[in-house]
Write a protein that binds this ligand. Structure first.
Ligand SMILES: O=P(O)(O)OC[C@H]1O[C@@H](O)[C@H](O)[C@@H](O)[C@@H]1O
Length: 289
């Protein structure tokens, strides 16, 4: 579910086009395999809709201005998740929440479109870290959307990294949703000062949720008759976030009912130590069941 103005821009696209929206440069695709919008601020997928379905991702109708990040789609949180500033190079570790990548300008390096879908390769226009490089690969076809974030240590000392693919999944009503796949997983509850808990059965969204689950399993998001599978790669943390009655300033109460975040992540539970020359691929794959 995306803002009307964004949908109108997309409706005028046949094939691939660039556009400008809310101060951001976008790459848009309207093709037989589906609709896809990527913002070059943060290499952020804002929209994906396969044929004969509705959009899988949600974007706030009232985004904050640049250089703030757009709330919605799949923001790339890198090289740290939340306030886990392991790779923060500022002297007082005052770097921005969720890292540098989602605010930064990125460039499209390659777009390989074929009859069944597309593969996009993006990188930041400038290095974001003295020792780390990062690139993103986005694949979309009529069955799935995959986002990969690939970090490499090009320096000469080990660097500790965390991050997240912070997917905002569009739903009819968050309070009607059930998340399956987390039963038995231990979690840290950020709303209770990181108190530990263990998930019993499915997770229903009945109020605010902000949890880091120690799990590498896929999550099935049941939203009425629809189910979206959130698969992941090289991620032992799954973050589930829904703000309920206290949405952030860039989102109305009404709009906040329409998303649930299920994030493939590396967090304090499973930070990644990258030794010189090593690479790490954090991935998520969304698909219908
Ligand atoms: O408002 P932001 O910076 O995009 O973060 C949104 C949420 O992102 C989640 O990943 C965090 O667990 C939450 O604590 C946070 O509130």
């Amino acid at each position: 579910m995306i803002p009307d103005a964004l949908q109108q821009l997309l409706d005028g696209v046949d094939g691939q086009e660039t556009a400008h929206w809310q101060g951001r440069d976008l790459v848009m695709f309207n093709a037989p395999w589906g609709e896809l919008i990527v913002s070059l601020q943060g290499a952020q997928v804002l929209h994906f809709r396969p044929p004969e379905d509705r959009g899988w991702l949600w974007v706030t109708p009232t985004p904050q201005p640049m250089p703030g990040a757009i709330r919605g789609g799949v923001p790339l949180c890198w090289p740290w998740f939340a306030d886990e500033r392991y790779a923060d190079e500022t002297p007082d570790r005052s770097g921005t929440f969720h890292g540098l990548a989602r605010h930064a300008p990125w460039q499209l390096e390659a777009a390989d479109e074929h009859a069944d879908g597309i593969e996009l390769h993006l990188s930041p226009t400038q290095r974001l870290h003295s020792q780390l490089t990062v690139r993103a690969v986005i694949q979309a076809n009529a069955q799935r959307l995959a986002v990969e974030l690939i970090s490499e240590n090009v320096g000469d000392t080990p660097v500790k990294v965390s991050g997240a693919l912070h997917s905002y999944l569009a739903v009819d009503d968050a309070h009607q949703c059930r998340l399956e796949g987390l039963a038995g997983a231990r979690y840290l509850d950020k709303l209770r000062d990181f108190a530990e808990g263990e998930q019993q059965g499915t997770l229903a969204i009945r109020g605010p949720v902000d949890r880091i689950y120690h799990s590498n399993e896929a999550v099935m998001l049941h939203d009425g008759p629809r189910t979206l599978r959130v698969g992941k790669q090289s991620s032992d943390s799954t973050v589930v976030w829904h703000p309920d009655q206290q949405p952030p300033a860039d989102t109305s109460l009404e709009a906040a009912k329409r998303f649930v975040c299920v994030e493939a992540a590396n967090t304090r539970l499973d930070p990644v130590w990258l030794v010189p020359g090593a690479q790490h691929l954090l991935g998520t794959t969304l698909s219908r069941t």
